[in-house]
Design a protein around this ligand. Structure first.
Ligand code: 13P
Ligand code: SF4
Length: 353
């Protein structure tokens, strides 16, 4: 099934006009200090944004950082639902997103009123909802999960408790196969992970027979069947770093390869292509809306600001806190300090909590 999305969803905000003579990178550094700001970035951000961030991580790690920080401003370089989670968990902080239009096809696949109707039609079902959704959908949910903790959390739910899972049908189907549980699935999709081509991955496997395939569980089953490792972005990064293989085929958004090269410069990482063999369609158009210039302006003007209505926030924080309580304990999934030459960008005097 291919979903139709409003083309407006893919329109970024215009690039800001930067006064001549401004050194954007130096200004970001200065503003980070004067604003007491922390810059959080997802692995799908452009390399220069990952490199200037205080912390780079997956959705779960970034939520934990946002909840624990004592910075006054969180500059969230990711997409809107991630910045909203930061605001829900840290309501007293100012949260800015460099491009307020940076959405997500999974969020757009699940309008809150339709989801609320779906819930009401299945009152006996527990609503386990992927973090890739709006604050309003979170407010209608029982437990939020990310791809790092979803299986661990679902295994804690009594076997006789019916579950509905939204909005990613591929992640939901993967979790159903892993846990052996039937779940009612909402038909949402990630347009990025849906575009990987089975035929092209088979061709790559033939060309590089020793290269394992690492895939994100937002991919369809036909791709996951070809994968040697399935996991969240941090789990894929860890696998890429730790596997003895020297070449790895990566079936997730290719900007993560920037971190892989930093951690293991001795290895070769091949981004899995889309159907035409070399398109850029596996890049997330929403993550790409952020830029260094927009980050600078966001820190300078403290805009665009993410706000969540208080009545929505108080309902959305509960399933998020449940997620944090039910997540595996221990080191953050992205603690790569023991691997290779990973450079943790959080310094001793950083405002990151
Ligand atoms: P992770 O939580 O694995 O980083 O995934 C977020 C995401 O949007 C994947 O498309
Ligand atoms: Fe959303 Fe897919 Fe982009 Fe992740 S990669 S932010 S799920 S559209």
């Amino acid at each position: 099934m291919t979903m139709a999305f409003d083309p407006k969803l893919f329109e970024p905000s215009p690039e800001p006009e930067i006064p001549p003579g401004i050194d954007v990178e130096a200004e970001i550094e200065r503003l980070r200090r004067t604003r007491n700001a922390v810059i959080l970035a997802h692995y799908y951000q452009a390399p220069e944004i990952q490199d200037i961030a205080d912390f780079v991580g997956d959705s779960l790690d970034l939520s934990r950082k946002a909840a624990a920080t004592d910075a006054e401003v969180i500059a969230f370089c990711g997409v809107r639902f991630m910045a909203e989670v930061a605001k829900i968990l840290s309501p007293d902080k100012t949260v800015v997103l460099p491009d307020a239009r940076a959405g997500c096809s999974l969020e757009a696949s699940c309008p809150p009123d339709e989801f609320a109707r779906f819930r009401r039609a299945h009152p006996d079902h527990l609503a386990i909802t992927y973090i890739n959704c709006s604050a309003a959908v979170k407010a209608e949910s029982d437990i939020i999960v990310t791809s790092s903790n979803a299986e661990h959390i679902i295994r804690q739910i009594p076997a006789d408790q019916p579950i509905l899972f939204a909005p990613d049908r591929h992640l939901g189907a993967y979790l159903a196969r892993r846990t052996g549980r039937e779940m009612l699935l909402w038909p949402g999709v990630c347009i990025v992970h849906e575009r990987f081509s089975e035929r092209e991955i088979v061709k790559l496997k033939a060309k590089y027979p020793d290269a394992p395939v690492a895939a994100h569980p937002e991919c369809p089953e036909s791709i996951l069947t070809l994968a040697d490792h399935v996991g969240s972005t941090s789990s894929i990064l860890r696998f890429a770093a730790e596997t003895p293989a020297k070449t790895i085929i990566v079936a997730t958004e290719p900007h993560i390869i920037h971190q892989m090269r930093k951690v293991r410069p001795d290895k070769t990482f091949i981004g899995a292509p889309g159907a035409d063999g070399n398109c850029n369609c596996n890049m997330c158009p929403f993550m790409a809306m952020n830029s260094m210039e927009k980050l600078y302006v966001a820190l300078r003007d403290l805009k665009p600001r993410i706000e969540v209505p208080e009545d929505v926030r108080v309902r959305a924080v509960q399933p998020l806190e449940r997620m944090l309580e039910m997540s595996p304990k221990g080191a953050p999934a992205t603690d790569l300090s023991m691997i290779g030459e990973h450079r943790e960008t959080v310094s001793a005097d950083s405002p990151v909590g």
